[in-house]
Design a protein around this ligand. Structure first.
Ligand SMILES: Cc1cc2nc3c(=O)[nH]c(=O)nc-3n(C[C@H](O)[C@H](O)[C@H](O)COP(=O)(O)OP(=O)(O)OC[C@H]3O[C@@H](n4cnc5c(N)ncnc54)[C@H](O)[C@@H]3O)c2cc1C
Length: 588
């Protein structure tokens, strides 16, 4: 039995690792052993990675030219089709490669090592454009469209955003009304649609105001009457990828092209984004690996003050941090993809965490790589400025990181709040007796730690001695986290929804706990399978130690800020500035 099979057997599919942290639980069986890709799929993946390298490595100058022009030429897109890159996640029975999310995420990672725009063209098709069809399509719909989507005859796009509706996705105005034949008439405009200029297959969300819900999803072909696209947008980054509006003017959509159930469009829209997050995460990891390669070579080659700049402490601090962040992002992205592949029922909070962490890690890493290159970093002749421009969008699209932080905090607290309510109903009445109720969440939760420590904490069993001190940090802060969750819920009740300063802190602790546990799991498994003698494993242990100590300091600060903070002053200051409409001070 492979590691992966062993892991699948013990995996708890009902429980969410991240949501359980809010209750003071660490779901140990979902952390150990850390998953590893084995067998035939690994071989196929290796073939795809090799062909990506062979095709993309010699094209660095082309990518600069496409960026400058803001376009990928048709012949280039055709080559991507021939390479099979539009077929990655489509099942073999429909002409695709049939990759799991883990292999797909890894393939996107490889593409991103060479070019962010190419990665986005492939990612918008697979991660979000056609995913609704894969997840919710009928057999007929799949039979009809998937072979064409695999060959690239049709490229997919995902159409949710509108001029008046970005983060507030439920407020879209595009309408779909049934005509007398049962077909649908679509009217409205979608904006900033990736692949919009050349996609033939659009997953479109529109208002149907059905009994079961306000939105529905549709499969729309470019060839349908009344469908058109606007001019290509001129963008800051990922400039070569195509972005445009998609317009529906009395567009006629056959009844058979309703995707999933009528009225379930919002659920479909969110499920697609959730399931697609590991593609974006993989792209971030690929971008970081590229930055680390560039930065380490630059630091060695560049001499100042008579020595390589890699000899300077400030440069070492950057390269080590870039490496820790990349390892951590890779650990959580791969773990989330594994949950998705293994049928874990609810991994939406983990997926949001992986997107937030990976996109921000890439942003910091690319910025540091540019800094290490000094003035060269700023010049178009070198790759850094484009990498920085290309990765800025990741923190904005597929759910802004602000919205995702709120999602992480509120989803976790909602579950914790439901437990508290249940306990309240059953007579413990914790809301009226804060002292008696203190620690209720922890007491109520179904404990998953296995050994009790002398401090009354329970211990993670999978962690070897080398990482015991680090495991202590996550055990201790998981309990602390459930305590402050409870304090906030008792203090604010449902009003917690409006307490964004507090929610942000909660989300940031959830991120550090989840990512830190993923890192511990990965390094513990490395030690168990490869031993701890090699330099590579020793350095991985060091990464786990660095990340854990940094996370401890961040979490400690967040916990303290729950009670003592400047939130009211900061809110008032922001209100003042917004009412002034400018910065009102000067020194003259
Ligand atoms: C290059 C590019 C490609 C894109 N591709 C696609 C695509 O293929 N398909 C598609 O449907 N869309 C696409 N988008 C749209 C993208 O998903 C949206 O830009 C994104 O969802 C944010 O919406 P918005 O730009 O309207 O920002 P807004 O929602 O107006 O947000 C503005 C700011 O306010 C913050 N904010 C908003 N609400 C809250 C709140 N409740 N609490 C706290 N802060 C809040 C946001 O985080 C953000 O910082 C793309 C966008 C770009 C730029």
């Amino acid at each position: 039995m492979t590691d992966t099979q062993a892991n699948k057997n013990s995996l708890s599919k009902e429980a969410s690792l991240s949501k359980s942290l809010f209750l003071g639980n660490i779901i140990e069986e979902n952390l150990s052993p850390y998953p590893k890709l084995e067998g035939e799929e690994r071989e196929t993946l290796q073939m795809v990675l090799d062909s990506v390298d062979k095709f993309m490595e010699p094209r660095a100058e082309d990518y600069d030219a496409y960026d400058e022009k803001g376009e990928q030429p048709e012949e280039y897109i055709n080559s991507l089709k021939e390479l099979g890159l539009f077929a990655l996640i489509i099942p073999e029975e429909h002409g695709g490669i049939g990759f799991s999310n883990r292999s797909y995420s890894r393939a996107v990672q490889q593409i991103s090592r060479y070019d962010g725009s190419t990665s986005l063209t492939i990612g918008a098709h697979s991660s979000i454009g056609i995913r609704g069809l894969l997840l919710f399509g009928s057999d007929e719909q799949k039979k009809k469209y998937l072979p064409k989507l695999a060959s690239g005859e049709m490229i997919g796009a995902y159409c949710l955003t509108e001029p008046g509706s970005g983060s507030d996705a439920a407020s879209i105005k595009t309408t779909a009304v049934r005509d007398s034949d049962g077909n649908w008439i679509l009217n409205g405009e979608k904006i900033w649609i990736t692949n919009g200029p050349f996609a033939e297959f659009f997953t479109v969300f529109a208002k149907t105001d059905s009994e079961g819900g306000k939105l529905s999803a549709f499969i729309v072909e470019r060839s349908f009457e009344g469908v058109s696209t606007g001019p290509k947008e001129d963008k800051m980054g990922i400039r070569a990828s195509g972005t445009s509006s998609v317009i529906f003017s009395d567009a006629k959509i056959p009844a058979a092209n309703l995707l999933g159930e009528e009225g379930k469009g919002f659920k479909i829209a969110m499920a697609v984004l959730n399931s697609g997050r590991t593609g974006l995460g993989g792209g971030c990891v690929g971008g970081m690996k590229r930055c680390i390669k560039l930065a380490s070579r630059q630091a060695k080659d560049r001499k100042q003050f008579g020595q390589s700049i890699s000899e300077f402490g400030l440069i070492k601090s950057k390269i080590s941090q870039m490496t820790v962040d990349c390892f951590a992002a890779e650990s959580i992205v791969n773990l989330v993809a594994y949950y998705s592949d293994s049928g874990v029922e609810d991994y939406s909070v983990e997926a949001a965490i992986s997107k937030i962490f990976a996109t921000e890690a890439l942003w910091k890493t690319s910025n540091e790589a540019l800094q290490i290159a000094g003035g060269n970093g700023f010049m178009k002749e070198y790759p850094y400025e484009r990498i920085v421009r290309d990765c800025r969008i990741f923190m904005i699209f597929e759910g802004t990181n602000e919205i995702l932080r709120l999602y992480v905090a509120l989803s976790g607290m909602k579950q914790a709040g439901e437990y508290l309510k249940e306990i309240g109903k059953s007579g413990a009445n914790i809301f009226n007796d804060p002292i008696k109720g203190f620690g209720t969440l922890r007491g109520y939760a179904n404990k998953k730690f296995t050994q009790l420590t002398s401090l009354g904490r329970e211990r993670l069993e999978f962690v070897p001695d080398e990482l015991r001190e680090e495991a202590d940090i996550f055990e201790q802060y998981t309990l602390e986290f459930s305590r402050i969750t409870e304090v906030l819920l008792k203090r604010h009740g449902k009003n917690i929804i409006g307490k964004q300063f507090a929610s942000n802190r909660i989300a940031n602790i959830a991120i550090d706990l989840t990512v830190g546990l993923a890192v511990l799991s990965r390094v513990a498994t490395m030690i168990a399978t490869a031993g701890k003698e090699s330099e590579s494993v020793q350095q991985a242990i060091a990464i786990a130690k660095i990340f854990s100590q940094q996370a401890k300091r961040r979490m400690n600060q967040k916990v303290r800020r729950i009670e003592r903070n400047e939130d009211d002053a900061r809110k008032a200051l922001s209100d003042f500035i917004v009412s002034e409409g400018e910065y009102p001070w000067d020194t003259i």
